[in-house]
Design a binder for this molecule. Sequence first.
Ligand SMILES: [Cu+2]
Length: 64
Amino acid sequence: MIELNVKGMMCGGCASSVEKAIKRVDADAAVKVDLAAGKVSIDTKADAKALGEAIEAAGYEVAV
Ligand SMILES: [Cu+2]
């Protein structure tokens, strides 16, 4: 389980953009977005760095 702090998510659209970015790295990832806390929990075997980069490429800031 990887937990990332993601800044810049304001609404459900942002949450699904982040989720899509994660699924591009690992299609089987289970993603849970907590918009209020700005946290994304990811159940995945993928590398946290690769996931963070994908989220940043989608336009959000990842704080570890
Ligand atoms: Cu949004």
